[in-house]
Design a protein around this ligand. Structure first.
Ligand code: ARG
Length: 466
């Protein structure tokens, strides 16, 4: 559709391919609840300011009720020429209410209209994202509590490095998500200034009351500059940025679940509800949901990057380029919703194998750092201690032995101090001591993990949302 009025400045009709290129109705129809709410608030304000008659206001509000019902009940008759949801709603309103429908768009432009819908939509999605993240945080916290004292190997370079408690490892994800939730709270606060009232770009020729519209629509302020109001989409960038970081976190969780549920690790079994079978190998249980968590992150990051591409170097104010904000936002919303649901479902239902985890964390070589630290406590400089233990490890490996099989004489060959403290050497090689020796704040000793659980409970209760 070119215009909602009968008269036009154009001689030729639009090329059908141009219409397909230019139209956004296929994807922006999801903005209808915001568009209807916005129009109601706008119409009320117009009447309160004497810009339209009270009778016209009532006719417009009644018409908007009908339009809303049609949209909600999915019987809204979209027309071939509807370019976007804003024009579709105004067209239908005019069909239902008659010529008074033409009064709706006084003191408004699609430029301030579209960005207002988008700010309302993005604000709602910021709230929903914070709630979905909180649900995942709660699931992680519950599982961390249950597995607070289950030893497992901690890794660097995907090589067994130092043992940790499973509760400690799960809490690492809790804190990543807590920060994600804060990022969405920030994005939400960036959606709280009303763009409407900016008109096409310069303001409108009526003394409107933007603050009335703002408070009716749940905004806490108005965008101060009309040029900025119709040009800006940085609240969408803030949402996408929060989503990109969150999806990246979820990809690391997905990746670990894929590894852990393999026969090679055997650390866990994923819930059936979030796993697939194989079409040819009946014995298989595939971690598809975890794999997709791993793979979706670049898609979300791509949307963020694409919108930066749309915005960069874009002259002020509105340009049709800005229509390209929506699919990046909507696909991100849908992707992240599913990702958070999948992550929460998997974490809530995953079953861990205590024996496998503990066995994998029982490799004595893991205690190498603890032996070095024992030497430090016996007044050996750390670098020297590191060398002594490297020598012990080499001796043991060459002889096909474990560190605890080394004799006092073998110890003495590397360090007399160590041989003199053989008892302490032997107890440092016990699994429980490797874990319980990590007493620093934020470390894996049980007391510290319990302390962290308290902090996590407090974080979850307080929340950072609105
Ligand atoms: N569908 C358009 C968009 O999404 C609405 C705004 C159109 N404004 C205009 N001046 N053509 O950006």
């Amino acid at each position: 559709m070119r215009t909602l009025t009968a008269v036009s400045r154009f001689h030729e009709p639009q090329h059908p391919d141009f219409q397909r290129l230019n139209s956004s109705i296929a994807f922006d129809r999801r903005l209808w609840p915001q568009d209807v709410a916005q129009s109601r608030a706008h119409v009320k304000m117009l009447a309160d300011r004497g810009i339209i008659a009270v009778g016209d206001r009532d006719a417009l509000l009644a018409g908007l009720d009908d339009v809303e019902a049609e949209l909600r009940e999915q019987r809204f008759p979209f027309a071939v020429g509807d370019e976007d949801i804003h024009m579709a709603i105004e067209r239908r309103l005019t069909e239902i209410a008659g010529p008074v429908g033409g009064r709706l768009h006084a003191a408004r432009s699609r430029n301030d209209q579209v960005v207002t819908d988008l700010a309302m939509y993005t604000r709602e999605r910021c709230v929903a994202a914070q709630e979905a993240i909180a649900a995942l945080m709660a699931a992680l916290l519950a599982r961390a509590q249950e597995h607070v004292d289950w030893p497992m190997p901690g890794y660097t370079h995907l090589q067994r490095a130092q043992p940790v408690y499973l509760g400690h490892h799960l809490l690492a994800y809790f804190w990543m998500l807590a920060r994600d939730r804060s990022r969405f709270a920030f994005a939400e606060s960036e959606c709280r200034r009303l763009p409407l009232g900016a008109g096409a770009l310069a303001g409108v020729n009526f003394d409107t009351d933007r603050r009335q519209v703002a408070s009716e629509l749940g905004f806490s302020d108005v965008v101060a500059n009309s040029i900025d109001a119709v040009s800006g989409r940085d609240f969408v960038l803030d949402f996408l940025s929060a989503a990109a970081t969150c999806a990246t976190h979820l990809s690391r969780l997905g990746s670990e679940l894929v590894l852990w549920s393999s026969a090679e690790f055997g650390f866990c079994e994923l819930p059936d509800a979030w796993s697939s079978g194989s079409s040819i190998m009946p014995q298989k249980k595939n971690p598809d949901a975890a794999e997709l968590l791993r793979a979706k992150a670049p898609r979300v990051v791509g949307h963020l990057s694409a919108l930066h591409g749309v915005m960069h170097a874009l002259p002020l104010t509105y340009n049709k380029d800005l229509q390209e904000d929506k699919e990046h936002l909507f696909d991100t919303v849908d992707t992240l919703d599913l990702e958070l649901a999948a992550a929460t479902g998997m974490i809530a239902g995953v079953r861990f194998d205590r024996a496998r985890l503990s066995e994998a964390a029982a490799d004595e070589m893991i205690a190498a750092t603890d032996i070095a630290d024992l030497l430090v406590r016996l007044d050996v400089p750390f670098r020297e201690a590191h060398g002594i233990v490297a020598g012990l490890v080499r001796t043991a490996l060459d002889a096909g032995q474990t560190l605890s099989q080394l004799t006092r004489e073998q110890l003495a060959a590397h360090s007399q101090v160590l041989a003199d403290h053989e008892g302490e050497y032997r107890s440092a090689l016990e699994q429980a001591s490797w874990l319980e020796s990590k007493v620093s704040e934020g470390g894996t000793s049980l007391a510290r993990v319990r302390e962290q659980l308290d902090l996590a409970r407090a974080e979850l209760e307080v929340g950072t949302g609105s």
